[in-house]
Design a protein around this ligand. Structure first.
Ligand code: AP5
Length: 206
């Protein structure tokens, strides 16, 4: 299955993608993770993308579209994939339809006021990339899975979160209409326990 996760920053796309991609046996492809890895490795894409991620703005379409086209051409994505964070503009969605049309699009819906608390409290392990909310950590600096160091993401500062939410409403939300017009959209309430969100996503695909 070729599946897309839509949803604002902090909706739980990454959290749900781990379980859903394992359930469907397709690779989880996150453009945000690809950019963070490119930045860490100082690749040309990383050097270009860094200022946009730091500011909470979208990376230009041309850069993202080429990166995703190359990734989806890899062997492991031939029979399906779960795309998390792409497309994020109508131009990206139109481009994707040209090289790999998705089967279904899940919109994980969470109100803005809940998103801010989730994002300011998010901590990510620098070793295993596990994602947690600080309120659930016994030690706010240590990963409960691998013992690695957990840190706040650079773009989870309140002023950057505001820019990301603005970019979502202006540039990404129109995709709800785009995919609903193609009868591919399924909306799932993301404002409940992670295990319930997972069940609702799987049910919406059946
Ligand atoms: P990206 O990494 O994709 O960030 P995002 O879309 O802003 O999404 P997040 O990773 O912040 O949130 P999420 O929905 O995955 O939530 P999570 O599961 O972590 O993109 C980063 C940047 O890259 C962009 O700003 C842009 O610059 C660039 N970029 C990427 N793709 C691009 C594209 N296509 N075009 C242009 N630019 C692009 O959960 C968040 C928190 O909530 C965690 O603490 C978690 O524990 C908690 N949580 C999760 N589920 C629940 C629940 N059900 N109840 C309570 N808490 C929960």
């Amino acid at each position: 299955m070729k599946l897309i996760f839509l949803g604002p920053p902090g909706a739980g796309k990454g959290t749900q993608a781990a379980g859903v991609s394992a359930h469907l046996r397709v690779p989880h492809i996150s453009t945000g993770d690809m950019f963070r890895s490119a930045i860490k490795n100082a690749t040309p894409v990383g050097l270009e993308a860094k200022r946009y991620l730091d500011a909470g703005e979208l990376v230009p379409d041309s850069v993202v579209i080429d990166m995703v086209r190359e990734r989806l051409a890899m062997d492991d994505a031939k029979d399906g994939y779960l795309l998390d964070g792409f497309p994020r503009t109508v131009d990206q969605a139109v481009a994707l339809d040209g090289f790999s049309e998705p089967d279904a699009v899940i919109d994980i819906d969470v109100p803005d006021e809940k998103l801010i608390g989730r994002l300011t409290g998010r901590r990510v392990c620098t070793k295993c990339s596990g994602t947690f909310h600080v309120s659930k950590l016994a030690d706010e600096h240590t990963c409960p899975i691998c013992g690695g160091e957990v840190r706040q993401r650079e773009d989870d500062r309140p002023e950057t979160i505001e820019t990301r939410l603005h970019a979502y409403h202006e540039q990404t939300e129109p995709l709800i209409g785009y995919y609903s017009g193609k009868d591919k959209l399924r909306r799932v309430n993301g404002d409940s326990r992670p295990e319930d969100v997972f069940k609702n996503i799987i049910a919406s695909l059946e």
